[in-house]
Design a protein around this ligand. Structure first.
Ligand SMILES: [Fe+2]
Ligand SMILES: [Fe+2]
Length: 120
């Protein structure tokens, strides 16, 4: 899972760097969509893994993923409607929600996975 987390952070940095370079329009939208695709794929993989190891808080974790993806889609739509100029709210969302999710919430299941006999 950590390789996928790195892919998400890399895709996030590509969006940040593009915004800092003043990019907008289709170029920026492609970078945002790529981040969305990588995140969606990771959540799907992670949910399959959590189910397989019998993670006790699976439903809560899946609910957090669903909410994050819905918020991501709403931000993506708003940015596209504004000509592909990323908003400050979008970057706050990325920093607070996606980064925190990867660093903190996934740590919790990491601890469970290490103590679970089914996690090998
Ligand atoms: Fe994750
Ligand atoms: Fe997760």
């Amino acid at each position: 899972m950590n390789a996928e987390h790195r892919d998400i952070l890399d895709a996030m940095n590509i969006v940040y760097d593009g915004a800092n370079a003043g990019q907008s329009g289709p170029v920026m939208m492609a970078k945002i969509r790529r981040l969305g695709d990588i995140t969606t794929r990771h959540f799907t993989d992670e949910e399959a893994y959590l189910q397989r190891i019998g993670y006790p808080e699976f439903d809560i974790h899946k609910g957090i993923h669903t909410k994050l993806l819905a918020d991501f889609a709403a931000h993506t739509q708003a940015i596209e409607a504004a000509g592909g100029v990323p908003t400050g709210a979008f970057f706050t969302f990325l920093r607070l929600w996606l980064s925190a999710h990867i660093k903190c919430i996934d740590l919790k299941y990491g601890n469970f996975a290490r103590s679970s006999p089914k996690a090998a």
